[in-house]
Design a protein around this ligand. Sequence first.
Ligand code: PXL
Length: 282
Amino acid sequence: MPRQKRVAAIHDISCFGRCSLTVALPIISAAGIETAVIPTAVLSTHTGGISGYTFRDLTEDIIPIAEHWKSLNLEFDGFYTGFLGSFEQIDIVTEVCEKLRGNKTLLIVDPVMADNGVLYKIFPPNFPEGMRKLCSKANVIIPNITEAVFLLGEDYKEGPYTRDYIENLLRRLSALGPKQVVLTGVYFDSGSLGAASYDAETGEISYSFEKKIDGYFHGTGDVFGSALVAALLKGKPLPFATNTAVEFTVKSIERTKQAGTDIRFGVNFEEGLLELAKALSE
Ligand code: PXL
């Protein structure tokens, strides 16, 4: 039996709405990976299309949690960072990852900050600059196209995209530091949507597309990122991991669309966990 892997997921807890830690914890655990958490903030719900949410910043707790873990000599196979509660947290989370990282620990950064060409309202305009620093330390980054162009200090462009444009983004994102880049929200025509991955070590670029489902579904970036992290920690190659994460996300969206659930409440990934666990255990 291979040794069980251990990941620390560093995101907020949105108590309702299926994103961040309420998604990362069940998905990565379902793959048989021990999942520790550092909550960056506690919100009553996520901030996408829901007003009146509560927000408790947990910045002050992050370093003490890491120091306690350090005193216990805990070792981690991976860190998976997502939504951070403030600009200040970027440096703090970078410090935590450096402090607790061994030379084989994978740092996987989802630079959650923007979508559809717009920076999330709660972040200051210099947030992408801070995120670029954290991404430069990562082994793998998982931006969507908006986050990718903001990391590169460029303007957002509406799709459909060309292969040249996407591959150029992938290579320049990797030049910021991470050896592997997975870009989401990629499409070359209006009928399909998916992700592209790049491995700077081999130069390999791969694509994974599914039929586009109309509508905006909240939390899908975290569902995708968590499945990708699970697959990578299970030792799956990047193109397989990307493909598995795309399929898992699209099936979760399909279930949600069929049920007619309020799209702000996130997607039904729960009923796909068994299938994901099977795909990753083969
Ligand atoms: O899914 C990313 C995310 C995580 N956490 C919070 C959010 C969002 C996206 O809007 O608002 C609190």
